[in-house]
Every structure is written in structure tokens, then in C-alpha cells.
Design a protein around this ligand. Structure first.
Ligand code: SF4
Length: 398
């Protein structure tokens, strides 16, 4: 297939595909899916071998956000029944982080709900970063606290943060449909602030909110322009009680094509499968490891993932290996620039949650009624609200 040969050649040279090529990839048929995975897999292995980086989320502050991001279970007016709590103490956060690191994670992503941190919040998170770094040698810490004001990225960097996450989430053209309390430009500004402060920038997207293929290509090209070190790809988890609870548009095949497109557009960047991995890829998760080189271990911010042990078994069974702390994630030409690798999920939350849009035209075939979600039907059987780990008395999943 000429398209795939062209995309592989460009990916190996770090050359940007044309928009037409990216759109053509998203439009490939299910008959071509394994060819698509094999082609993008060549690019993935060229830059990242068979390594899988594990990241661990610690939700420092959950729920009660004044913003209205429609995909998010922590948004203003959410009736999701998620855990709600204010800032974890440094030792509580450090205990949660230690569980993820013991499970094989090399990066901890510290996330807090809210529009953005106050200076006092930054001090608080600085104390938490210090506690985690003191107790876990070699750990990478990414902060995800929402929109940053001037000077805050620098203060986080001084406190020891390695990275900062803030997702663009969707295209500029549709951003106003999913959030009204801040703008796409606000989000771009925060990613740029993180970059400028010497933090490794992490910024990604959420697929499955009713966006078109053009929107998906737009946001991924915008990300390439921003040049983050890591790109988390969230697949919307339509959490009951959010505006998008019935927006089930993704199939495993569609998710794989999206991941392949991201890999070709951002070939040498850490592409991370974030929220929605288990819910939307389901038994096809191992194939996605041929496209992404990074995943979250265990649970998400407000929803539960599969058992951490199952994550590790899947990686081994698929012939991949967990990346150790002795290995630099990014290829040499990216790793040396003061920024390191990519990071977690943000105030945009990997469990991505909801927004109300129309159904995308290229949704793909629906799967059987017991497994594959049907559009406009809530699937509480596939989504479990997190009830363990940070903010509870129960042990974390790691
Ligand atoms: S994504 Fe972040 S800013 Fe938006 S509602 Fe959720 S926690 Fe608040």
C-alpha cells in the first residue's frame, strides 16, 4: 500500500505527513487494519524499540472544579458520584506514588482538579514533589495542575518537577463546544509556559467526543507544532452523570487507527495510551502497544483501570518490556534538550469524560451487544468509578 510505505518512510525521517495522508490513514478499512498497525509499528520500534514506559497517576485533589469541560467527571455540576476530596498531604501522595513505582512505573503524574493553581497550591505541590523525590530515587515527576500563571512553571521546575502536562484535547475549531470557561488559546499558552521554563511538555488529546477526522488531524498537527515530548491519547470514557455519558462512538479499530495516525505525525515522541484504553480497546489492547510506547499503570483519576498485574502481563505476553529507570525514554536527539520525557494526564483528565457533540460519521462497525458500546446508550457496565487508592483507605491499584 503506497500510503503506508510513504508514511513509514516519513516517520523514520521525522518528516511531517501531509494532512491528506493523515486523513487517508484514518479512512482505511478494517481489512487494512493489520497493515496499518504493522506500518506504524515499524516507526514505533525504530524510535522506541519494544519498550513500554509506565506512568502512574496520583489524583492530588479530586472533583469540585469550577470549570465546565464537558468530558470531565470533575466538572462544575457533575453528578458522577466520583470521589471528592481536597489536597492530599505530601506523605499521602508519596505513599500512593510509591505503590505505582513498586508496580513498575518510572513516572508519577501529580494531577489536581481546578482551573489552575494558586501560588499557595504551587508551594503545596512543591512539598509533595520533594517528598516523592526524597523517597524514590530516580523517579520522574510530572505535574498537571491546570492553567499556569506567569512564574509558576519556573517554580515547579525549581521544586524538582521534570514535566508538566496540559492537553489541547480537541481542535481549535471545536474547543468552544466542549468548554466555555477557558479557551484553546489558554491551553496553548500553558504548554508554552511549561516549555519555556525547561519542563518537559506533555500535551495530548481526547478522541471520541463526536469530532470529525479533520478535527483529529487538526489537533494532532497543532500538537506537533507545539512540540511536546509526550502526547497522551485519551479515548473518551463517557462517565454517567456527565454531558457525554451516552457518547459511545469508538471501536477498537478506530482507536488503533487514531493511535497510528498520532504515531506517524509525531514519530519520535512518547505516544501514551491514556484514559479509555480498557474501555474502548478492550481485548485489542496488546495491538496498541505496537503503536504507543507508553501507558498508565493501574487506575485513572476518577475511574478504575484494569489490575496493574494485568497491565504487566499484557506487556510481557505481547513481547514488549517495561522500560526501566536506567533507560532514557526519548531518542537521543530529543532527550538532550533540557526537557526530558513526556508525562501524564491533566486537568483534562485521562478518564476524559464527556461533551456533547454529534456522532462522528466514521464510527465504524458496532460490536456485539455484550461488548461493544452502542451510540446513545450509557454503558455503566464498562465504566467503574474509582473507589480505591488516593483519597480512600484502600490500597491503590498498581
Ligand atoms: S478538565 Fe480540569 S479544568 Fe476541566 S473540569 Fe476537569 S478538572 Fe476542571
Amino acid at each position: 500500500m503506497d500510503l503506508l510505505n510513504t508514511l513509514v518512510d516519513k516517520g523514520l525521517r521525522r518528516e511531517l505527513p501531509t494532512r491528506e495522508e493523515a486523513l487517508a490513514l484514518l479512512a482505511t478499512s478494517d481489512d487494512e487494519l493489520l497493515d496499518v498497525v504493522a506500518a506504524a509499528g515499524k516507526v514505533r520500534r525504530h524510535w522506541f524499540g519494544r519498550r513500554v514506559k509506565l506512568n502512574y497517576l496520583v489524583n492530588l485533589k479530586s472533583g469540585l472544579c469550577p470549570e465546565d469541560c464537558s468530558y470531565c467527571s470533575q466538572r462544575l455540576g457533575s453528578t458522577t458520584g466520583i470521589l471528592k476530596y481536597t489536597w492530599l498531604k505530601p506523605d499521602e501522595a508519596s505513599r500512593a506514588a510509591a505503590a505505582g513505582l513498586a508496580g513498575g512505573a518510572k513516572r508519577v503524574c501529580l494531577v489536581a482538579s481546578g482551573r489552575g493553581p494558586t501560588d499557595r497550591d504551587v508551594d503545596r505541590v512543591a512539598g509533595t514533589i520533594k517528598a516523592i523525590k526524597e523517597q524514590n530515587e530516580g523517579v520522574e515527576v510530572c505535574a498537571c495542575l491546570g492553567l499556569l500563571s506567569d512564574g509558576q512553571a519556573e517554580r515547579l521546575r525549581e521544586a524538582g518537577a521534570d514535566a508538566y502536562n496540559h492537553n489541547l484535547n480537541t481542535s481549535e475549531a471545536t474547543y468552544g463546544d466542549i468548554t466555555t470557561t477557558h479557551t484553546y488559546a489558554d491551553r496553548v499558552d500553558t504548554v508554552q509556559k511549561a516549555h519555556a521554563a525547561g519542563l518537559s511538555a506533555c500535551s495530548g488529546l481526547i478522541a471520541g467526543m463526536g469530532e470529525s477526522d479533520e478535527d483529529l488531524v487538526d489537533v494532532v498537527y497543532s500538537l506537533r507544532e507545539l512540540d511536546p515530548d509526550s502526547v497522551p491519547v485519551n479515548f473518551l470514557i463517557p462517565v454517567e452523570g456527565t454531558p457525554l455519558a451516552k457518547e459511545w462512538h469508538l471501536t477498537p479499530q478506530r482507536c488503533l487507527r487514531i493511535l497510528a495516525m498520532v504515531r506517524f505525525v509525531c514519530p519520535d515522541v512518547e505516544v501514551r495510551i491514556a484514559g479509555g484504553r480498557e474501555v474502548h480497546l478492550r481485548t485489542m489492547q496488546p495491538l496498541a502497544l505496537h503503536l504507543a510506547n507508553s501507558i498508565f499503570l493501574g487506575d485513572y483519576l476518577t475511574t478504575e483501570g484494569q489490575a496493574g498485574k494485568a497491565d504487566l502481563e499484557m506487556i510481557a505476553d505481547a513481547g514488549f518490556e517495561v522500560e526501566g529507570t536506567d533507560h532514557v525514554t526519548l531518542p537521543e536527539h530529543r532527550a538532550g534538550g533540557g526537557c526530558h520525557e513526556g508525562a501524564g494526564a491533566c486537568g483534562s483528565a485521562p478518564e476524559a469524560p464527556q461533551v456533547s457533540h454529534q456522532v462522528g460519521p466514521q464510527v465504524g462497525p458496532q460490536v456485539g451487544p455484550q461488548v461493544g458500546p452502542q451510540v446513545n446508550e450509557a454503558r455503566t457496565d464498562l465504566v467503574a468509578v474509582r473507589r480505591r487508592g488516593a483519597g480512600t483507605d484502600l490500597a491503590p491499584n498498581a
